[in-house]
Design a protein around this ligand. Structure first.
Ligand code: NCD
Length: 484
C-alpha cells in the first residue's frame, strides 16, 4: 500500500503562495461570512460572531506598528469564537534580549494554532514559516510583501467591478518601499491587468519586481510616449496577455499602443511615502503627487475607485472621503471577513475548503535551490534581508533560487527569503568552489546544470579573495572566466 501522504502545512508569505483558484475560494468564504454575519445597516461590516473557530488560538506577533492588520486579524479570530495571544511590542518581548526570530517561532508555535507576523526585515515571514509547524501568515515583512492587504484590495475591486480579470489600475506614490504594492502588482499581473505606475521621483518599482513582472508574469512594457522600445522605462504601462486584443501585442502584429494608454482606469491605488524604509536623506522627499478632487476631475478617472491601504499622511485628500469613488474605508473593513476566510482555510475549519486540499499552491516555475552552509560564502546582498540580521545568523542559511536566463548560459540568484535578485552582471565576478577538491572557478557556470546532489558540494563566494581566505585555490589554468 502506498504511504498516505502527509498533509502539508500551508503558509501565506507571498501572494504567489496562493493560486488564483485559492484566491477566489477565499473570496467565496469571505462573502458567505458577510452574508451570514454582516451588519444590515453597514454592508462592509461583520456585526455578529459565530463559534466555528472555538478551541483555536491565533498568535499575533508584531515587531512593527500596525492598526488595521493586527486588529482586523484579532477581530476575525474573535468573531469566529477563537482566542488570541499577542506580542505587539518588541521592546517588551525576548527580541529585546537578543532572541532570534527562529527561536521565538519555535516556541510560540507550541502556544497557538496559527501565527500572523509583521516584521521590519524583508523575508522575515519566510524564515518564520521555515521554523513553524503551524501556518504562518505574513502581515507585512519589510518592503517585501503584504499578501493579506492584497486580498482585501482584490476583494474590494471584485465587489466594485464584478470581476478581477483584465482591469486597468494606476498605482501612485512610493512604489519602491511599499510592500502592499509588490504583492498587489504580482496579483494584478496574474489576473491580466494593465498596470500604470505613477511613482514619485526615485520611488519606482524595484528592479527585481519590474523584471519578475516582465519575465515571470508575461507583462509587456508599453511605453506611453515612444512605441517600440522594450526598456523598463518608467513612463510606461505593464500589459499582461490575458485579453484577446492584447495577445496581438505579443504575436508581433500591428498594435495600437494608444489604446492601452487612453483606456480609462478602473482604480487608482495611492500609497504613502514609506518614511521608515528610507535613509534619513530621503526625508526631504521629492514632490509627491497629491490625490484630491481636482486631480480626480480628469476624465480618465471618472469611474476609477480610489484605493489606499491606509494610513494616509497627506497624499490623499480628505475632501475625497465622501466621493462615490472612494473605497479605502471599505478596503479596511473587508480586512475582517477576508482574514476570517483565510484563517478558516488555513485551519481547515470548513469541510472541503481547506488550503490543504490545494497542496500545489500557485503553479510557479520550480527553480533549483542552492543552499549554502550558514557562516560561509555569499550572503544576500540586500542589507535589510532577514538572513543579514546578526540574530538570525545561525538560523537563516544562505539560500538562493537559481534562475537561468532565456538562452540558458547565465543565471541570476534569488534569495529565498527576501526574493531580491543578484543579477547576472553583479555575479560575473563571483567564484564557485568545489568543496570536494577545494578549488574554484570564476562565474556561476558550475551552477547552471548541477544536480541537487552536486549543488551540495558547491560554495559561492563574492570574490577570489574570500575563497582563498577559506582555503580554496584557483583551479589550474581556470582563474579566467569559465567558458559557457
Ligand atoms: C500598510 C503596511 O503596513 O504596509 N498598512 C496596512 O497594513 N494597511 C501600508 C502602509 O503602512 O503604508
Amino acid at each position: 500500500m502506498p504511504a498516505k501522504s502527509q498533509p502539508v502545512t500551508r503558509h501565506v508569505v507571498s501572494i504567489n503562495d496562493l493560486s488564483k483558484r485559492e484566491i477566489e475560494a477565499i473570496f467565496e468564504i469571505a462573502q458567505a461570512y458577510l452574508d451570514e454575519l454582516g451588519d444590515p445597516k453597514y454592508p462592509y461590516r461583520i456585526g455578529r460572531s459565530i463559534d466555528i473557530g472555538s478551541r483555536h488560538i491565533l498568535a499575533s506577533l508584531f515587531y512593527e506598528p500596525s492598526t488595521r492588520t493586527r486588529l482586523s486579524f484579532e477581530s476575525a479570530m474573535l468573531r469566529m469564537g477563537g482566542e488570541i495571544i499577542t506580542s505587539d511590542d518588541p521592546a517588551v518581548s525576548s527580541a529585546k534580549k537578543g532572541e532570534s526570530l527562529a527561536d521565538t517561532i519555535r516556541v510560540i508555535s507550541n502556544y497557538a494554532d496559527i501565527i500572523v507576523i509583521r516584521h521590519p526585515r524583508d523575508g522575515a515571514a519566510r524564515l518564520a514559516a521555515e521554523y513553524s509547524p503551524i501556518p504562518v501568515i505574513n502581515g507585512g515583512d519589510g518592503s517585501h510583501e503584504h499578501p493579506t492587504q492584497t486580498l482585501c484590495d482584490l476583494f474590494t475591486l471584485k465587489k466594485k467591478n464584478k470581476r478581477l480579470e483584465n482591469m486597468k489600475i494606476a498605482i501612485s506614490g512610493d512604489l519602491k518601499g511599499s510592500r502592499t504594492i509588490h504583492s498587489f502588482v504580482y496579483a494584478l499581473a496574474r489576473f491580466g491587468a494593465i498596470i500604470e505606475p505613477m511613482p514619485a521621483a526615485g520611488m519606482e518599482l524595484p528592479h527585481h519586481v519590474d523584471r519578475r513582472l516582465r519575465e515571470e508574469f508575461q507583462s509587456k512594457v508599453v511605453p506611453k510616449n515612444t512605441p517600440g522600445s522594450d526598456d523598463a522605462d518608467f513612463d510606461a504601462l505593464y500589459v499582461t496577455s490575458d485579453q484577446p486584443h492584447q495577445q496581438s501585442l505579443f504575436s508581433g502584429t500591428e498594435v495600437d499602443y494608444g489604446f492601452f494608454v487612453q483606456k480609462k482606469v478602473d482604480a487608482l491605488y495611492v500609497t504613502r511615502f514609506q518614511k521608515e524604509r528610507w535613509a534619513d536623506d530621503k526625508d526631504n522627499q521629492a514632490p509627491y503627487l497629491k490625490i484630491d478632487t481636482k486631480f480626480m476631475k480628469d476624465a480618465k478617472y471618472s469611474d476609477a475607485s480610489v484605493m489606499h491601504p491606509l494610513p494616509r499622511v497627506g497624499e490623499l485628500d480628505t475632501d475625497l472621503d465622501n466621493d462615490r469613488r472612494a473605497v479605502y474605508f471599505q478596503q479596511a473593513a473587508y480586512g475582517v471577513p477576508i482574514r476570517m476566510a483565510l484563517i478558516t482555510m488555513l485551519l481547515g475549519l470548513k469541510k472541503n475548503k481547506s488550503l490543504q486540499t490545494f497542496p500545489d499552491g500557485f503553479a510557479k516555475p520550480e527553480y533549483p535551490l542552492y543552499r549554502q552552509s550558514i557562516n560561509t560564502g555569499l550572503r544576500c546582498l540586500n542589507d535589510n534581508c532577514i538572513s543579514r540580521d546578526p540574530a538570525e545568523q545561525h538560523y537563516a542559511a544562505n539560500k538562493f533560487h537559481i534562475i537561468r536566463n532565456a538562452t540558458g548560459d547565465a543565471c541570476r540568484l534569488r534569495c529565498l527569503y527576501c526574493e531580491t535578485d543578484i543579477e547576472e552582471e553583479t555575479a560575473k565576478d563571483f567564484v564557485v568552489c568545489d568543496t570536494t577538491k577545494h578549488h574554484y572557478v570564476r562565474g556561476l557556470e558550475p551552477l547552471l546544470h548541477a544536480s541537487d546532489d552536486r549543488l551540495r558540494h558547491l560554495i559561492i563566494y563574492q570574490s577570489e579573495a574570500e575563497a582563498e581566505r577559506d582555503g580554496h585555490h584557483a583551479r589550474a589554468g581556470r582563474t579566467a572566466r569559465v567558458a559557457g
